[in-house]
Design a protein around this ligand. Structure first.
Ligand code: NAD
Ligand code: TDX
Length: 332
């Protein structure tokens, strides 16, 4: 049985990954999560408690991190401050968690010789023009735009330096925009779904022409598990499911799935420095490791996600009013 430490396991992708890993492997999972505003213990309560240990704590706490890393077979590091809009309001916690937190974990896996997998984002590569025929690959130059993506880019560089300088056994993956259950209502898709469920309207930044490359969170989890099993030490794998759509198209699909008119949305203040387009070329992952996405139809994945938010109001309701009040202060 593999002993697995998952940081950020009470967040959106982390909790889906823990569920996926418990369903698809015999791993014994320890979750380390600070339970910030973005972490939710309820995202893990349906899991068999004999397969999972939950520890509330900060990845910047070196003594706690060393105690937990020691004796593990693998650390998968999801914990982060993850929201671009928040990083524009207060970057400080992004520097602490995304950079110092990653450094703290790297020192611990170095000390105890534990295998490490680093979860990162396509945003480290900056953005693409709408008509650029190229997509991001593992050799695209780093060019992050926001405080969030700059700290994620810095954390990737730390991992590569610890591999080369200290021989840490690490792999990295950079994924595109995830959607699915348990995503915080501050993020684009859950915000729009819950606005409509609440009798309100979707809020589109600017003209809505920005493009994101959507992937279902379970396809991300499957790719991460595969990289931890078969990826080459020191290598980076881009994860994407050919899911490019602009924000206006996504909002129109959500409105249609909920039986509302196509144009029942509002345009609001654009995000400062808003990246125009992300697009991933995942050829390396597909050819070298044989990964394929299962959720190839975005509309049916989105319909299932909408059903999840309809059935789980008790999960998202406590966050909704505060999140919308924060947005309203920014004219969003
Ligand atoms: P999230 O904000 O939903 O969850 C983050 C989790 O980390 C929360 O449970 C939070 O409590 C925890 N956390 C934050 N600071 C911590 C600290 N100092 N110590 C311990 N725990 C802490 O984020 P997410 O969307 O699930 O993203 C998870 C990871 O995936 C991040 O590294 C993010 O950069 C990356 N990523 C996300 C996406 C996406 O579309 N959401 C895409 C690519 C990569
Ligand atoms: O209300 C909104 N209206 C809107 O038009 C919100 C919240 C967002 N948007 C736009 C901004 C983006 O173009 O929708 C797009 C997606 O926004 P977010 O959900 O904030 O995601 P993004 O900024 O693309 O970053 C996400 O994907 C990459 C995750 O939050 C990151 O953690 C990940 O690294």
């Amino acid at each position: 049985m593999r002993k697995l430490l998952v940081t950020g396991g009470a967040g959106f992708i982390g909790s889906n990954f823990v569920r996926y890993a418990i369903d698809h492997t015999d791993s014994a999972v320890t979750v380390l999560d600070k339970l910030t505003y973005a972490g939710n213990r309820r995202s893990l309560t349906d899991l068999p408690q004999n397969r999972m240990t939950f520890v509330q704590g900060d990845i910047c706490n070196a003594s706690l991190v060393h105690e937990l890393v020691r004796g593990q077979d693998l650390v998968v590091h999801f914990a982060a401050e993850s929201h671009n809009d928040n990083s524009l309001r207060d970057p400080s916690v992004f520097v602490a968690t995304n950079l110092v937190g990653t450094y703290t974990l790297l020192e611990a896996v170095r000390r105890y010789g534990v295998r490490y997998h680093h979860i990162s984002t396509d945003e480290v590569y900056g953005d693409l023009a709408l008509d650029d025929p190229n997509r991001f690959t593992e050799s695209s130059p780093y060019n992050p735009s926001s405080p969030y993506s700059a700290t994620k880019a810095g954390s990737d560089h730390l991992v590569r330096a610890w591999v080369r300088s200290f021989g840490v056994a690490a792999t990295l993956s950079n994924c595109s925009n995830n959607y699915g259950p348990y995503q915080h209502v501050e993020k684009f898709i859950p915000r729009q779904i819950t606005n409509i469920l609440d009798g309100g309207r979707p809020k589109l930044y600017g003209a809505g022409s920005n493009v994101r490359d959507w992937i279902h969170v379970d396809d991300h989890s499957a790719a991460v598990l595969l990289v931890t099993a078969e990826g080459k030490i020191g290598e980076t794998y881009l994860i994407g499911a050919d899911g490019e759509r602009n924000n206006k198209q996504v909002v129109e699909t959500i409105l249609e799935l909920l039986g509302k008119p196509h144009d029942a949305y509002d345009h609001v203040t654009d995000r400062a420095g808003h990246d125009l387009r992300y697009a991933i070329d995942s050829t390396k992952l597909r050819l070298e490791l044989g990964w394929r996405p299962i959720f190839s139809d975005f509309t049916s994945g989105l319909a299932a996600t909408i059903e999840w938010y309809q059935a789980n109001e008790a999960w998202w309701r406590p966050q909704k009013a505060k999140t919308e009040a924060n947005y309203a202060r920014q004219g969003q």
